[in-house]
Design a protein around this ligand. Structure first.
Ligand code: C2O
Length: 591
């Protein structure tokens, strides 16, 4: 295996090499990169001891929780606990049809878990991918690092496909949470989404840097929030490069096609400039509608052991989902990007997520860098990764909130979506909507769940909790559309878009009004024993969309009720209810 890496790797002492020779560890080591202190041979006791604090911590927490549940300790707070990493010995078949449901890493019971030593490098600057073609040196390093990662022994934790499998393990149900046998560890659909992926990228980037012995190495970001970056990044297109992946939708990733951030397996017929405007508006609205309450942008809380909570991703995750679908193959298992189990097998995954991470950083800066959730169940949520020294380390959300602690930052590039763009419907559409009035009666949602129908959007009239809210009230509470009990057929991707309009009395005009946001869930399938595609686990979800600024744009502050329209774009979806509520804000509006 040593031949796979060039001889510029140095640094392992001969004692270290000798130890390695003798090691009974199943995992293969990269010469010259690390040698852990102490012998790994006398595994189990000492080693197990080292790993156990994490497991014990978790049990303590959970017992506290169960105590609360059974009345030993009172108060709902005791029930909650941060998400903890799974017991790595319990990896089991995943919901990963393209991988035959297999993505567990090699398990080494002697491996110990340590605290992560945060890097002390100079601040490393992540650059836009579309500008990397002019930075041949950086691009060459990137390709070389990925090439080396692909050439590592298949079982090595740094191997390209082992790295990709991490995503499958934590997204496709390969682990249950500790002390449960039916609650998967899931890093999407909640407030865990952004921090987990931040760490995942960080370690991937550090490992690539280590493989080329460059402590300043950074991965690029897919700058899809600017016109110049809205096509598939050219550096991933070259079929002879290690960054290439043949399993993509060729119609989208070649020929300068504009990315559609609302993609749902149907081509957007609009012109390029119109799609660009729609994308920028979607990003602008996402920031604007969610700036005063972090969960609207980042996702809802999830706590240890929770089984019945309704998943709610933030709007940033929704934007992110469409890009996954747009890059992956249109058929079959939507490999690689279109299914979470295979997504990270395409190098562009990390480039895409690098921009998602950047969006979080911008959101945070706009909100004065305040901590998004002052809640220990978020801050103490803990993840496990292999670091750039091949050590299995645990990291907490509280330590990744500021990227400078991880020693990276993003190159400053223009943010066209933050400026003035016309994101309201044009005056023309508006007047058309009122001149060609064919009003229809629209009912309330009622109490029974309703299936969405692609050819007949669901339109409901919903009362607002309060109208004519004063500026101060708006600063204290954000008005939010809540759609609950969303059920999808999980072996298909599901998407619906939400529009808001002002009714005429109790009647609705033909126009759906302004776009407020979307629900999107990528397909989550597994392979049945007979090879057929079965559904992944079903869970109810919910959607929350801030509308305070949108109502100002609509001039709707004095409306008692709103017409809310749900337009199904793909998949099968039923929803259990639509309401409008006022939620406490956590930051002032700035844009
Ligand atoms: Cu874990 Cu883009 O997904």
């Amino acid at each position: 295996m040593s031949l796979l890496l060039n001889s510029s790797f140095t640094g392992a002492s001969s004692a270290c090499l000798l130890h390695r020779e003798r090691s009974r560890r199943r995992r293969l080591r990269v010469p010259g990169v690390t040698c852990r202190q102490g012998s790994n041979d006398d595994r189990s006791d000492a080693a197990r001891q080292k790993q156990s604090p994490l497991l014990l911590d978790r049990r303590d927490i959970l017992l506290g929780g169960l105590g609360g549940l059974y009345g030993v300790t009172a108060g709902p707070k005791v029930l909650a606990a941060p998400i903890m990493p799974p017991d790595l010995s319990t990896c089991h078949p995943a919901t990963a049809p393209a991988l035959d449901n297999k993505c567990c890493p090699p398990y080494d019971p002697s491996e110990t878990i340590s605290e992560y030593g945060f890097p002390a490098t100079p601040l490393r600057v992540r650059r836009p991918a579309h500008l990397m073609k002019d930075d041949q040196e950086h691009l060459d390093k990137y390709k070389e690092a990925v090439r080396r990662m692909k050439n590592l022994p298949a079982e090595h934790p740094w191997n390209y496909y082992q790295q990709a499998n991490i995503h499958c393990q934590y997204c496709n149900d390969a682990y249950f949470q500790q002390n449960t046998n039916d609650v998967p560890v899931q890093v999407h659909f909640s407030w865990i989404f952004l921090p987990w992926h931040r760490y995942y990228l960080h370690f991937y980037e550090r490992i690539l840097g280590k493989l080329i012995e460059d402590d300043t190495f950074t991965i690029p970001f897919w700058n899809w929030d600017t016109k110049e970056g809205m096509t598939f990044p050219a550096i991933f297109e070259d079929a002879s490069s290690p960054l290439y992946d043949p399993k993509r939708d060729q119609r989208h990733v070649t020929g300068g096609k504009i990315l559609d951030l609302k993609y749902a397996y149907i081509e957007n017929p609009a012109s390029d400039s119109e799609i660009i405007r729609e994308n920028l508006c979607f990003i602008q609205k996402t920031f604007k509608h969610s700036q005063s309450l972090a969960e609207l942008f980042m996702g809802d809380p999830v706590r240890a052991g929770e089984k019945e909570n309704q998943e709610a991703n933030g709007q940033l995750e929704v934007i992110h989902n469409a890009t996954h679908a747009w890059v992956g193959e249109p058929d079959g298992y939507k490999e690689n990007m279109g299914d979470f189990s295979t997504a990270a097998r395409d190098s562009v995954f990390y480039c895409h997520h690098c921009n998602v991470d950047r969006m979080w950083d911008i959101y945070r800066n706009l909100r004065g860098n305040q901590v998004e959730f002052q809640d220990n169940d978020w801050l103490d949520s803990t993840f496990l990764f292999h670091d750039e020294n091949e050590q299995l380390v645990k990291v907490k959300i509280r330590d990744c909130l500021n990227p400078t602690k991880l020693r990276y930052t993003f190159e400053q590039v223009p943010l066209p979506w933050l400026g003035k763009i016309n994101c309201q419907k044009t005056a023309e559409t508006k007047s058309k909507a009122t001149t060609e009035l064919s009003l229809t009666r629209v009912g309330e949602f009622g109490t029974t769940a309703q299936a969405l129908d692609a050819s007949n959007p669901l339109r409901v009239i919903v009362a607002r909790p309060k109208k004519n809210r004063k500026k101060k009230e708006k600063q204290e509470k954000v008005e939010v559309i809540q759609i609950k009990d969303i059920k999808v057929t999980t072996n298909e991707t599901a998407r619906f878009d939400v529009y808001v309009a002002v009714p005429y009395g109790d009647l609705a005009g033909p126009d759906y009004g302004e776009f407020a946001g979307s629900f999107m869930r990528l397909a989550h399938r597994k392979k049945g024993n007979d090879g057929t595609q079965e559904q992944g686990p079903k869970k109810k979800g919910k959607l929350k969309l801030g509308i305070t600024p949108l109502l100002e744009d609509l001039d709707a502050e004095d409306a008692d009720k709103l017409v809310i329209t749900l337009v199904l774009r793909t998949g099968s979806v039923t929803v259990g209810g639509v309401s409008i509520n006022l939620l406490q804000t956590d930051a002032p509006a700035v844009i």
